[in-house]
Design a protein around this ligand. Structure first.
Ligand SMILES: [Zn+2]
Length: 89
C-alpha cells in the first residue's frame, strides 16, 4: 500500500484519529491521508495535529505508516512503548 494523497481538512463530522484513537470533534483541522493498495483498494485515514507532528518527529514511523501499513492506534502504542523505555526517575 502507499499514500497517494495527504492534506489538511476541517472535519465536517467527528472522526477517530487513526494514530491515537482519540475522537476528534467536528470542525477540527485534521490531516486526511488517502491510501491505495492492490488488495484493499482505496481508503482514507484521519490523523489529529498531534499525531501529524509525531510523525514528523519520528520519520521511521512515518515511513512505515506511508509504505508498509500500520495498525490503527499505532502512534498510541508507540508512545506507550517509549514511556516504558524511559528510565525511571
Ligand atoms: Zn491523534
Amino acid at each position: 500500500m502507499r499514500c497517494i494523497d495527504s492534506k489538511e481538512v476541517k472535519t465536517r463530522k467527528d472522526h477517530q484519529c487513526f494514530g491515537c484513537l482519540e475522537i476528534i470533534p467536528v470542525g477540527t483541522t485534521m490531516n486526511r491521508s488517502t491510501f491505495a493498495s492492490d488488495n484493499d483498494g482505496i481508503w482514507t485515514n484521519y490523523q489529529c495535529a498531534e499525531c501529524d507532528q509525531y510523525l514528523i518527529d519520528n520519520p521511521d514511523l512515518n515511513h512505515e505508516f506511508k509504505f508498509y501499513g500500520v495498525e490503527e492506534g499505532f502512534i498510541y502504542e508507540h508512545k506507550q512503548e517509549e514511556s516504558q523505555d524511559a528510565p525511571e526517575k
